[in-house]
Design a protein around this ligand. Structure first.
Ligand SMILES: Cc1ncc(COP(=O)(O)O)c(C=O)c1O
Length: 382
């Protein structure tokens, strides 16, 4: 029976573990050392040397010019939208196949999402459907604002996602955004170390976001970052991420509402150790990916592989089956055996609080939801 073979394989990859989790963080002595150093300095909040050190590493890894560290990926998304002047009743084009935080951050601003389908080969927003929707359903008014013919609202931005070790077709999305005067925000929360057409995921966008949550490829505990090549944008975001205090010897003057979404030095001290190991982590995860790939090939099951334009970080390993029923049955069998596989996200456009928003040709989202299973993918100790 296939399930039995799969269970044996996963237990071989992760020996001596009763519970096999989807993606466990792994820490060594250096995380503990840095954390302890950080506490000893007394700088445990929004100032301290680890924030600078970690930010420098984020810039080196992404090859971006500027970055701002935040308290979470969700906070980073929210700040990116506020800095893009997204306001109540604006519309934002996004994808229904993602973690709910992408959509939550849009809803925080009072804007309304328009859901457009993903591509099956990379889980990113489909450039073809995006272009088609914009050509048929919008016009640019005299002020250069993009108007949705149906709702009469202004569409201001596109938020596409780089998911599960893959990347959206970012160059193609950026070209469409330029044509229609849209700000391109990339939710690259899961994509540290991923490349699309030889550039780090997110670099094609106007603003890109990372998450360092405990289940990501590296973690700071809770944490996130925004990166881009526009100095003015990052200055605005940095201001918003604090209390927007004007430099003064002692007075508390504030320019605008600030959000206090900054990362703490404690979180950065952990992240600084983790990010130094990123290359090692990716090559360790590539080995796991190869083991799975061989197994699925030999057993005639579909296993997700990124297309040739993408260099993956192998964050999660993904198998595909041919029905929702089969998917649920495999998940339940593995869960009973303490192997914590999981399905992909329920299509967000069908969640109660999103049902009323506009949607366009959502077909692949359903197909992927019904077929995909995420497999344990944490690194193996060496
Ligand atoms: C695609 C995506 N967007 C946003 C987030 C939110 O990040 P965080 O949990 O750091 O707020 C996550 C991860 O949790 C994610 O996977």
């Amino acid at each position: 029976m296939f399930e039995k073979k799969l269970i044996n394989l996963i237990r071989d990859i992760y020996p001596n573990k009763k519970d096999i989790l989807l993606h466990e963080p792994i820490f060594h002595n250096d995380e503990i050392q840095n954390l302890s150093n950080c506490i000893n300095t007394g700088y445990v909040s929004s100032a301290g040397k680890y924030l600078e050190k970690f930010k420098k590493k984020v810039l080196q890894t992404t090859n971006a010019k500027y970055a701002c560290l935040t308290s979470s990926g969700t906070a980073a998304l929210h700040l990116s939208l506020i800095a893009s002047n997204i306001e109540k009743d604006d519309e934002i084009i996004t994808q229904p196949f993602t973690f709910v935080a992408t959509i939550n951050s849009i809803l925080y601003t009072g804007a309304k999402p328009i859901f457009i389908d993903i591509d099956k080969d990379d889980f990113g927003l489909s450039p073809e459907k995006l272009n088609e929707f914009l050509n048929n359903n919008t016009f640019l008014n005299k002020k250069g604002l993009l108007i949705n013919k149906r709702s009469k609202r202004v569409i201001k931005s596109v938020v596409s996602c780089d998911l599960l070790g893959s990347s959206a077709k970012q160059l193609e999305i950026k070209r469409i955004c330029n044509k229609f005067n849209l700000i391109y925000i990339s939710d690259s929360s899961e994509a540290l170390g991923v490349q699309y057409k030889k550039k780090h995921a997110g670099l094609y966008a106007d603003i890109a976001v990372l998450s360092f949550n405990g289940n990501k490829i590296i973690t700071t505990g809770n944490g996130g970052a925004i990166f881009c090549n526009n100095k003015k944008v990052i200055q605005k975001i940095s201001d918003l991420s604090s209390t927007s205090k004007i430099n003064h010897k002692y007075e508390f003057f504030h320019k605008q509402i600030g959000y206090n979404y900054r990362m703490s030095n404690i979180n950065a001290s952990i992240g600084y150790s983790q990010i130094k190991k990123l290359e090692k982590i990716i090559s360790n995860k590539k080995k796991i990916n190869n083991i799975y790939k061989k197994f699925f090939y030999e057993n005639n099951y579909e296993f997700f592989e990124v297309n040739k334009n993408i260099k993956s970080n192998f964050w999660l390993n993904l198998m595909m089956v041919n029905s929702n029923k089969r998917k649920n049955s495999i998940i339940e069998t593995l869960l009973k055996n303490n192997i914590y596989v999981r399905p992909s996200w329920f299509p967000i456009c069908d969640l109660q609080f999103c049902k009323s928003f506009e949607r366009y040709k959502i077909e692949n989202t359903y197909k992927i939801y019904q077929s995909l299973i995420c497999l344990p993918s944490g690194i193996i100790y060496e």
